[in-house]
Design a protein around this ligand. Structure first.
Ligand code: FAD
Length: 219
């Protein structure tokens, strides 16, 4: 499931391709718009189910079609992507337990010069490296960005206000570099991490009256 090719104005990708491979493939073809995916870990399949991206750009915004195996209908279906599929951030295929096989992206921004695209990829990578913890294992950003009275809040700021930067239970620690992440500084257990989530949610609720919703899926 690692095939990727470009034909006329469309990129076709099987879902085992990584987001980084997709981003560099687009660069080689001088296609803009995939730079934000370079440093997000994971596959195109996982990213489609999680609607991966940044707070500005998400994969759901640029997908054109999704081809999946439907357990319910026992057949392979190709579907044009509609905006409402991603209405609540996570799309319908995950909820139904479909298996995504491949996706396509319509390409509008072919610029015949790879350098500005390369600059953007490298800048994204640098910014993320500067901000995110890379010294300890972690599972990425923990909580979705919360809203209060329609205004987006930064999780890391809320955590700072609750003295959570560097707060530790067992070997699970709220990152000192970026409090939006929980890092495993030694041999953290699931219980260490769950307890830390609980403390963080409780403190933020009691100080700011904000309910933090997990970005992770706990399995
Ligand atoms: C250090 C770090 C930084 C991160 N930064 C970001 C970020 O900036 N933005 C962001 O959005 N996410 C980020 N994440 C989270 C992660 O990169 C995304 O959720 C990514 O989409 C996961 O892809 P995956 O292939 O690993 O999927 P998995 O985590 O393996 O799976 C995710 C879900 O998709 C399902 N799934 C996977 N493949 C398929 C398929 N082909 N068909 C059907 N279901 C499937 C799985 O069953 C699971 O439910 C980060 C994670 C880490 C560890």
């Amino acid at each position: 499931m690692n095939d990727i090719y470009f034909n006329y104005n469309t990129i076709y990708v099987e879902t085992g391709v990584t987001l980084s491979e997709l981003s560099w493939f687009a660069l080689e073809k001088e296609i803009q718009g995939f730079e934000f995916l370079e440093d997000v870990p994971g596959s195109v399949g996982g990213a489609t189910i999680m609607n991966a991206g940044t707070y500005q750009d998400m994969i759901g915004d640029i997908l054109s079609t999704v081809t999946y195996y439907s357990k319910k209908f026992n057949r392979v279906i190709t579907e044009e992507v509609q905006k409402e599929f991603f209405g609540k951030r996570y799309p319908i295929w995950g909820e139904r337990g479909d298996t995504i096989l491949s996706v396509s992206f319509k390409v509008q921004k072919r610029i015949e010069d790879y350098e500005p695209i390369l600059d953007k990829i490298l800048l994204n990578k640098k910014n993320r490296y500067m901000k995110q913890p890379r010294d300890y294992p972690n599972a990425g950003s923990v909580f979705k960005r919360p809203y209060k009275n329609g205004v987006g809040q930064y999780v890391w700021k809320l955590f700072e206000g609750c003295d959570l930067r560097g707060f530790q239970i067992g070997s699970a620690m709220i990152s000192e570099k970026h409090p939006g992440f929980i890092v495993n500084i030694d041999n953290a257990t699931p219980n260490d991490i769950l307890s830390l989530l609980d403390v963080a949610q409780t403190r933020v609720k009691s100080k700011y009256d904000i309910d933090l919703e997990l970005e992770w899926k706990i399995i």
